[in-house]
Design a protein around this ligand. Structure first.
Ligand code: EPU
Length: 354
């Protein structure tokens, strides 16, 4: 356990927003965590003594300095728990980098996570927003996780049903007082996550960008490594590399509407990108809606809209004039207003804003 005071958070959030934490504790093991909670300084999370659990900082907008004690999860380790004729059960520490973990599983010959290659962030943060890309969501491969209840000091495990996964959503994003009374926001620290990778492996190739790759290359039966390489190439072409241009991935969730609302929009904008969902609702591409309102490539203050993907807001500041969280949120609100005025749809931000 390493305790630091007055810590610059700019290198710890992929948006590259300048902010400081009064106190940050790096946790490399469950023992570190138990040691912290047994120390006389420790206060249970509460309104007066807030605690913030930080992973890779890749889905985060910091709107100011943090008064909360920041717990930076750096718990490492990855292993095969079990292999049966039905699949592989693989486990990783919450602090492992997500992409490195995906790459490692493929190197070991355990396919299943390839569609989620190159998503920034850590393994421990992945269940929080139920990460997903190119037709696969974390919940499709999730087995269970271990976490610490920061209020009681007890470890507990959750299976997929108990995590309450939804589209970019889980029990970890909801406060206990939310409509989901079992919300664990601000209370749980995920230490380990287990994934179930079923046999026989089946490729997931339904996403348009992957179909295009099959057409371009003529490869009709790609293996998992090939899909991994395609996803990496697609993401590199469309999404800004946070090491070069600060960003937090998609800034808004793709909204769902009723078929009637969708028909109304199609009548006015026949090109609107929409996908029918299993429950009868229609999902709209938020990137298309923002693009249609003319935002692609625009800048407000030191925050901007990425010129290749309008769903991604980027840091256009520099060392002298860094982009602030306030500027990001001002731009986000302006986008929300124009999408609402044109389409009657309220876009919901995806990252955690603190
Ligand atoms: N589009 C535009 N203009 C734009 C951006 C998108 O017209 O500026 C259109 C595209 O042409 C396409 C459609 O919108 O027809 C969807 O775009 P894309 O395939 O890039 O996917 P997305 O819906 O924008 C989602 C996830 C991404 C994930 C990709 C691939 C959300 C909020 N975002 O983006 O996840 O990588 O699908 O599966 O669901 C993230 O969550 O941070 C993230 C990057």
């Amino acid at each position: 356990m390493l305790v630091e005071n007055n810590v610059a958070l700019q290198p710890m959030n992929t948006f590259g927003i300048a902010a400081r934490a009064q106190r940050l504790v790096r946790l490399r093991s469950v023992d570190d965590l138990l040691g912290l909670m047994a120390s006389p300084d420790w206060r249970q999370p509460s309104a007066e003594h807030p605690v913030f659990v930080l992973g890779g900082g890749s889905n985060l907008v910091l709107t100011g300095d943090l008064k909360a004690v920041v717990l930076k999860v750096e718990i490492a380790g990855r292993r095969l728990v079990e292999e049966t004729d039905k699949g592989w059960l693989v486990e990783a520490g919450g602090g492992e980098g997500w992409h490195d973990f995906v790459h490692w599983t493929l190197e070991q010959g355990w396919p299943g996570l390839e569609n989620m290659a190159l998503i920034p962030g850590t393994v421990g943060a992945a269940p929080v927003q139920n990460i997903g890309a190119y037709g696969v969501e974390l919940q499709d491969r999730f087995h269970s996780l271990d976490a610490m209840d920061l209020e009681t000091g007890r470890m507990f495990s959750l299976d997929a049903a108990q995590c309450g996964f939804g589209y970019r959503d889980s029990v970890f994003k909801h406060a206990p007082s939310d409509e989901r009374s079992f919300g664990l926001k601000g209370r749980a620290l995920i230490t380990r996550v287990r994934f179930w990778l079923p046999k026989p492996w089946k490729p997931v190739l339904g996403y348009l960008d992957l179909e295009r790759k099959m057409d371009e290359t003529g490869i009709r039966q790609p293996d998992a490594r090939q899909i991994f390489d395609w996803v990496v190439a697609i993401r590199r072409a469309k999404l800004p590399d946070p090491a070069v241009i600060g960003n937090a991935g998609s800034f808004f969730k793709n909204p769902t509407v009723t078929p009637e609302q969708c028909a109304d929009i199609i009548a006015r904008d026949p090109k609107v990108v929409h996908y029918p969902m299993d429950d009868g609702s229609i999902k709209l591409a938020a990137g298309w809606l923002i693009d249609a309102c003319g935002w692609k490539g625009k800048t407000m203050g030191h925050a901007g809209v990425y010129d290749k993907q309008a769903l991604v807001l980027v840091n256009r500041g520099d060392d002298e004039h860094p982009c602030t969280g306030g500027e990001v949120m001002t731009l986000a609100k302006a986008i929300q207003t124009s999408v609402y005025e044109r389409f009657g749809i309220r876009l919901e931000p995806e990252p955690v804003v603190i």
